[in-house]
Design a protein around this ligand. Structure first.
Ligand code: SF4
Length: 325
């Protein structure tokens, strides 16, 4: 099956006065139509940078140094700003941004902001845009009678739902949700995740959910990708990831995560801190923190290889590198 979205060897750095921040290095993954993919990892591991690159919304100091992003056969990186605005953003790929709750404009009503998003991207009448807005709000669980409210009249959960409605305004094929529940309390978080899951299933959306919280990814996604220091270290189905994580970083992350069932165990933490991406360690970027590191790990970057069916890992130990002794 051809993937709807294919990212191959993506490399994007940020130029700063201190040098290049190697934020995204050799990132490859694909997304099938209707699939939900979670990208997880500690803060600063490059998750949001990947998401921004997919829509070419990267900051001005970002440099693409290699790789490709292909959306349904179209080379996204080769599109100029006008084309990406007209043909991709919001219409084919949309985003619920980080801190979405503060993304609504306080001086316009929620309804007017969603109508505006539709009118900017589609050639429809204002009446049609309004009809669609009210339907969208209903879909995300907001009573259409509240559509004329200003953002400050909405609770945090309602604002988040309104942003999800806005992301769906132009019927995109792919929705990227970047930390969609971070600022919400657990009850509202569960409600918003339910809305996202239901919409994904009912509308047949492809979804990329970015979170530092593994429970959010486990709850919502069929496939999980773990990123560490700008690279993907493991990629497999969510069930497999939580049952049989193989990369030492994934094992550490999942081990640090409290379980609701089974025997009560002391939670283990990963020692050390993620590296400074201005000057990441050579070889495997995880080697200074890895309990299994050997000499080869300090010299050679482990490639992401399919170790088992549908399970890719970037680790010399797991992939039995001949020099791993
Ligand atoms: Fe650890 Fe080496 Fe595997 Fe990196 S490549 S995770 S350092 S064993």
């Amino acid at each position: 099956m051809t993937a709807l979205l294919e990212v191959r060897g993506l490399k994007m750095h940020y130029g700063t006065v201190k040098g290049d921040v190697k934020a995204v290095d050799d990132v490859s993954f694909s997304l099938e139509a209707g699939e939900s993919l979670g990208i997880a990892g500690e803060s600063g591991c490059g998750k949001t940078s990947v998401a921004l690159a997919l829509m070419k919304l990267q900051p001005g100091n970002a440099k693409f140094l290699g790789g490709s992003i292909t959306l349904d056969g179209m080379n996204v990186l080769a599109l100029d700003d006008e084309k990406i605005r007209r043909e991709v953003r919001w219409k084919r790929i949309s985003m619920v941004p980080q801190a979405a709750m503060n993304a609504l404009n306080p001086v316009f009503t929620v309804k007017d902001q969603i109508i505006e998003a539709i009118l900017t991207h589609e050639d429809v009448s204002e009446k049609e845009a309004e009809k669609r807005t009210l339907e969208l709000l209903k879909r995300v669980g907001i009573d259409p009678s509240r559509a004329g409210n200003y953002p400050h009249e909405f609770s945090g959960g309602m604002k988040q739902r309104a942003m999800i409605a806005m992301a769906l305004a132009c019927n995109p094929e792919i929705v990227i949700a970047d930390e969609p529940t971070t600022a919400l309390d657990v009850i509202v978080q569960a409600q918003v995740l339910k809305v996202i899951k239901t919409l994904q299933r009912d509308l047949g959306l492809s979804m990329i959910l970015i979170s530092h919280d593994l429970s959010v990814v486990a709850e919502t996604c069929e496939r999980t990708v773990i990123m560490y220091a700008g690279s993907i270290v493991e990629n497999t189905s969510t069930v497999e990831m939580f049952r049989h994580p193989l990369h030492p970083y994934s094992v550490g992350l999942i081990g640090a995560f409290p379980k609701l069932t089974g025997e009560r165990k002391r939670l283990e933490s990963i020692t050390g801190n993620p590296p400074n991406l201005l000057d990441p360690p050579p070889g495997c970027r995880f080697h200074p923190r890895c309990p299994h590191a050997r000499d080869v790990c300090t010299r050679i970057v482990p490639p992401l290889l399919e170790t088992h069916e549908n399970h890719m890992v970037a680790c010399h130990m797991v992939n039995r590198h001949p020099e791993y002794r």
